[in-house]
Design a protein around this ligand. Sequence first.
Ligand SMILES: Cc1ncc(COP(=O)(O)O)c(C=O)c1O
Length: 417
Amino acid sequence: MSPMAVTPQLKLDATKIRADFPIFEQLIHGKPLAYLDSAVTSHKPRQVLDVLRSFYETSYGNVHRGVYTLSERSTEAYEGARQKIASFINAPAPRELIFTRSATEGINLVAYAWGLSNLGPGDVVVVTELEHHSNFVPWQYVAGRTGADFRMIPLDDGGELQLDALDTVAGGGNVKVVATGLVSNSLGTINPIERLAGWAHEQGAIMVVDAAQAAPHRRIDVQALGCDFLAFSSHKMCGPTSVGALWGRGELLEAMEPFNLGGHMIRSVRFEETTWGEIPAKFEAGTQPIAEAVGFGAAVDYLNEVGLEAIEQHEHELAAYALERLGEIPGVTLYGPPADRRAGIVSFNVEGIHPHDVSQVLDWEGIAIRAGHHCCQPLMQKLGVSATNRASFYLYTLQDEIDRLIAGLEKVKKVFA
Ligand SMILES: Cc1ncc(COP(=O)(O)O)c(C=O)c1O
């Protein structure tokens, strides 16, 4: 691995970190790239790209399938990545960490493999009004298939969960699943997972956490959170696409039916009957995203070296600055909680201008932000809008990029005046 541009510290140097990311070496429409859309996907540092290249060039083979050198090297790298990622979230054991295609696939795995066998009429599945569709639609679907009730914890006007409504939401039903994001991808709201997990367990329910927007940005400790399952994606945390991870409590994973069926996940296959392998193999049917998992491990090394505390602090400062500057622009509406209770995500609208138009004019200035419903249509319904603009920050984001966003919005307003 090539040397890091930074050493662990609380205050990170985003300008130095940026030098690790080749994407910033180009101009967009003749301007330096201001990438303010890391919540959708993050860019990749050389340290990760180098590991991917060298893995393919020197060690690539299929895993758990051969007794020759390349297969052994590949298996070692793949299982090494599992260990790193498991310890990144303080999982009690690496075998409880399943490689998936994405956070979406991890949540679907739990909804199908746990939900279809454990839910039925009279049971209640609880999500929130903040959820990304990935942690909403699978539960809505599985509740519908099994006859369970599907309910939402409401939001208050500040974009935070109304915890005093929990008992009303349960409404005398048999709550079996509470599924919540740790950080909202639309509003940046940080949800009180420990508290929700305590409530879920009092009801006899499992607590499922969508950590897609949390794992890249803050230290995750599944044992301290007290959850039962936690899903996240590599591509949002400096790693490759097409790989993610699902952590689950060992005893739950062991008791569950498999999700995908095929090679590697079996103990024995007979015409009469097939039996399943041990976890994690039981949930890893077929050829896995091998190099991607190894790259995911390298991404976790990179984030650990920069320091999750420093990353969280940096993004927090940027969010506070962005909220302040955006709040000064007449006609801008901001959504979500105050800076001290949100992550590095800021959603807003500019009066009379559709977010797609805002985003397109900003692109002429080399500024990339997201415009749309952010896969959160129930939240948009709640906010009474069809879409918002969203700026989101990461370890390589500079305050100067927020200044450029503010200047860009003045231009947008002139174009549509
Ligand atoms: C909160 C949240 N959950 C889940 C997902 C889905 O992630 P993926 O598309 O990597 O499966 C996203 C992606 O934007 C997200 O923001």
